[in-house]
Design a protein around this ligand. Structure first.
Ligand code: ARG
Length: 263
């Protein structure tokens, strides 16, 4: 009995010792080359760019995550991902809480005042999402309607432009997360929402009561990686991004996350 207990105790001790060695090895990095950690900020509400497939795990997965993994690996960094609200990402960069943002973020003049951007890695258009039976098809149909947008997104700016510049008298509501917008539309509390086609597509596929119509006038929305102003990472990432565009690696990821007809 005693012997048996001793064996268990020493086995546990040994296992603890081994695992301690394992981790200390990596973090102290003495002798070996130290892997610098890069913190990526994202808003994991944006399937297929970044989301959590709760049925499978708590990990954030998606197109952006694969891009981040590929580039940081090539540059010899360790990647750490932090989920936060989309509206807080630019500030988090400015405060140096994170090193870069991959969140389907569109480079616009406003944001360029505070952060730097890589080249665009994927482009998209804006859709009006509404219930099929709502009769809403064009931006003019939004007159007198309640329209949902993600807080701090360029879609929020588009809705404001429709209202203030194009004088389409609509009511703007905002939420932090995209699934909340969809919920409000299906529940009938919003008449419509403005969402990018690449993300809206998934919801349209899952809910046949919803319809999506492109807003034709506004400029295309592309996604780029955002960095702290003056960061040397912008150049490093851009070089890798360019290689991935040229060697077909990016196309492979596009097919993986958006489907074969998305290239
Ligand atoms: N492209 C839009 C923007 O930059 C929306 C991006 C939203 N991304 C997200 N992960 N929720 O404002």
């Amino acid at each position: 009995m005693k012997k048996w207990l001793m064996m268990v105790v020493s086995a546990v001790l040994l296992a603890g010792l081994l695992s301690a060695c394992g981790t200390s090895d990596k973090s102290s990095g003495d002798g070996g080359k130290e892997e610098k950690v890069l913190k990526m900020g994202t808003s994991a509400d944006y399937k297929p760019f970044e989301y959590i497939d709760t049925a499978k795990s708590d990990n954030i997965i998606g197109f952006d995550v694969d891009i981040a993994k590929a580039i940081t690996k090539k540059l010899g960094y360790k990647l750490q991902i932090q989920d936060m609200e989309f509206n807080g990402l630019v500030t988090a960069l400015q405060n140096k809480q994170i090193d870069f943002v991959l969140a389907g973020m569109t480079p616009n003049e406003e944001r360029k005042k505070s952060v730097d951007f890589s080249d665009i890695y994927y482009s998209a258009n804006h859709l009006i999402i509404s219930k099929k039976d709502s009769g809403i098809k064009t931006k003019e149909d939004l007159k007198g309607k309640t329209v949902g947008v993600q807080l701090g997104s360029i879609q929020e700016g588009i809705a404001q432009d429709l209202k203030n510049k194009e004088k389409i008298n609509l009511k703007i509501e905002s939420r932090n997360r995209i699934p909340e917008l969809i919920q409000e539309v299906t529940a009938g509390r919003y008449d419509a929402a403005i969402i990018e086609d690449t993300v809206a597509k998934g919801y349209l596929k899952n809910d046949k009561k919803l319809a999506g119509y492109e807003i034709p006038v506004v400029e295309e929305a592309g996604s780029a990686i955002a960095f702290q102003k003056g960061s040397k990472l912008t150049k490093e990432f851009n070089a890798e991004l360019k290689k991935m565009k040229e060697n077909g690696e990016l196309d492979k990821l596009i097919v993986k996350w958006f489907g074969a007809d998305a290239k």
